[in-house]
Design a protein around this ligand. Structure first.
Ligand code: ADP
Length: 259
């Protein structure tokens, strides 16, 4: 079994995995999971070997978003084989429990589930393992940030979220545990009309770029609020794979290169 509360210096690495990158947000509903999925797929499109760990244990969305159903198998009764679609390997609590099962676990159980999804899964050789973190900056997120050997973190935020300083909380959390923040992605940056292509800056747009500048952090890019992004991920075919020539897919690939 895997010890809990390991001091940070003893974080064992995951064999075969070159880098683990967290995708985090200051609060829920900003598009963290949508961004994590598209980012992982964009990294794969850019030629990397990619895994995606859905650490959003209370609200796993990767099975639906990536159109994966069924259960992971184990060949040796010890290590689980990850699920796979669109060329990336995926593990999520959503594969292990029924969709309508409420998760009422306490912190330590969540941590051991996370450790198992990290270490008792046959990830194989990966250039990058993207971890979709649970939303927010509470104790659970802090513990995760501590117990997963992260190479870095990416913060997803909306212009509103930046205005309310929620994004800054995410940043401070990673700084507290000495995980380098690789940059900010502004999601729902502006509204893109699917009919006429007109662009509307619903919230004051550009806040993330300024916030990143102020904090001496990299601004990784912006993704508009567009119905195609929501519809494709609801259908289990994220835009990066279903519309690879779209400007949104290009934007995700551009961000993936900067991470
Ligand atoms: P979080 O993981 O932060 O809770 P989700 O990724 O689940 O957020 O996104 C919340 C909702 O917003 C989903 O319905 C998703 O499809 C939608 N969404 C996320 N990003 C965009 C976007 N750029 N354009 C349109 N819809 C989006």
């Amino acid at each position: 079994s895997h010890g809990q509360g390991q001091p940070q210096e003893q974080k064992p690495l995951v064999p075969g995995v070159k880098a683990i990158i967290a995708v985090a947000s200051g609060k829920g509903g900003v598009g963290k999971s949508t961004t994590a999925a598209n980012l992982a797929l964009a990294m794969a499109a850019n030629g990397q070997k990619v895994g995606l760990l859905d650490a959003d244990i209370y609200g796993p969305s990767m099975p639906r978003m990536l159109g994966i159903s069924g259960r992971p198998v184990s060949h040796d009764g010890r290590v689980l084989e990850p699920m796979e679609n669109y060329g990336i390997k995926v593990m999520s609590m959503g594969f292990l429990v029924a969709e309508d099962t409420p998760m009422i676990w306490r912190g330590p159980m969540v941590m051991s589930a996370l450790q198992q999804m990290l270490r008792d899964v046959n990830w194989g050789e990966l250039d990058v393992l993207v971890v979709d973190m649970p939303p927010g900056t509470g104790d659970a997120q802090l513990t995760m940030a501590q117990q997963v050997p992260l190479a870095g973190a990416v913060i997803v935020s909306t212009p509103q979220d930046i205005a309310l300083l929620d994004a800054r909380k995410g940043l401070n959390m990673f700084r507290r545990v000495d995980v380098p923040v690789l940059g900010i992605i502004e999601n729902m940056s502006y509204f893109c009309c699917p009919n006429c292509g007109h662009r509307t800056d619903i919230f004051s747009h550009g806040g993330a770029r300024k916030e990143a500048d102020d904090l001496g952090m990299e601004f990784l890019g912006e993704i508009p609020l567009h119905i195609d992004i929501r519809e494709t991920s609801d259908q289990g075919q994220p835009i990066t794979v279903s519309q690879p020539e779209s400007e949104h897919a290009k934007a995700y690939r551009g961000i993936a290169k900067r991470v």
